[in-house]
Design a protein. Structure first.
Length: 303
């Protein structure tokens, strides 16, 4: 890797890692699905020039959009309301073992004992964290519930990744544009169905914090993050770029502990190391076997 490539990769991981802190602060001000709907609407506006209609592939694209643009964010953002940013960042890495399991079931991929061990280790690590103390001392916190919701978001991402394999005629940013549109529609529908008090929450919120969070999510995490991700994939082997999800996770945990005061005791350390090792094994074996389908959004966070 050149110095420029290293710099871009580090900047990408820093932006995505810090995004967990941004989301955690934002969902403390607004209902999670409302915040997700607003930021996804902005992404849809920015990505609108990339929209392309290909009738024969739209069912798969729109279905993937439900998973990758709406359900995953509804679950993950709500999970971040209850869990710490650090615990959520670790739990979100389950999208890698989930995707591997689904590829075996639906795409007939084969996995050896190393990947089975890595998948098991990752799930056990998240369980260690989720079954620890119920909360971080903050009002309304509930680590097990939050981690379970985030894991559900990771599963939704993995289902979407399988559906994306049927959309071979679309370029990455064309897919992202459709996911943003479908996500915006789905999230607005879900916030009106499942959340209340949106107007009062917005009136009482820190407007500067919300505006900054939305801009960071849409411009930083999505536009810059995706541009950097695909720029790197064009220049480097998948085996070099894919492990960036692990660095992103570690950065997210660091920021959560330092900036938000997330607890970082023995249980978090042991569980985090188990997930790091397990996901690392799965990624390295996937890239070695050349059968990995990389996410078409930032790994372990939001598009």
């Amino acid at each position: 890797m050149s110095a420029r490539e290293i710099g871009v990769l580090l900047a990408m991981c820093l932006v995505w890692g810090f995004h967990f802190v941004v989301i955690k602060l934002a969902v403390g001000e607004l209902p999670p699905m409302l915040y997700a709907a607003v930021r996804m609407t902005l992404v849809a506006v920015v990505m609108a020039p990339f929209l392309r209609w290909r009738a024969d592939q739209m069912p798969a694209v729109l279905s993937a959009g439900v998973c990758l643009g709406a359900l995953n964010y509804a679950l993950m953002f709500t999970g971040l309301k209850y869990a710490t940013a650090s615990a959520a960042a670790i739990a979100m890495e389950l999208h890698v073992p989930f995707a591997t399991i689904l590829s075996v079931i639906f795409l007939k991929d084969r996995v050896g004992w190393r990947r089975i061990l890595g998948i098991s280790l990752a799930f056990l690590g998240v369980a260690v964290i989720a079954l620890g103390e119920n909360g971080d001392g903050a009002p309304g916190s509930n680590i097990p519930l939050g981690v379970a919701l985030v894991a559900g978001g990771a599963f939704s991402e993995s289902v979407g990744a399988i559906l994306v394999k049927k959309s071979t005629g679309f370029k990455p940013f064309e897919l992202l544009a459709w996911f943003a549109v479908v996500g915006a529609v789905g999230l607005w529908l879900m916030t009106f169905l499942f959340e209340t008090g949106q107007g009062a929450a917005f009136a009482a919120s820190d407007k500067w914090l919300i505006a900054g969070a939305i801009l960071y999510s849409a411009i930083g995490a999505s536009v810059f993050g995706h541009s950097a991700y695909y720029w790197l994939l064009q220049r480097l082997p998948v085996s070099v770029v894919a492990p960036s999800v692990l660095l992103t996770m570690m950065i997210a945990v660091f920021f959560g502990v330092v900036l938000l005061g997330d607890p970082f005791g023995l249980r978090m350390i042991v569980g985090g190391l188990m997930v790091l090792a397990g996901v690392g094994v799965v990624i390295l074996r996937n890239t070695k076997k050349k059968d990995i389908k990389l996410p078409i959004h930032e790994p372990g966070t939001v598009s």
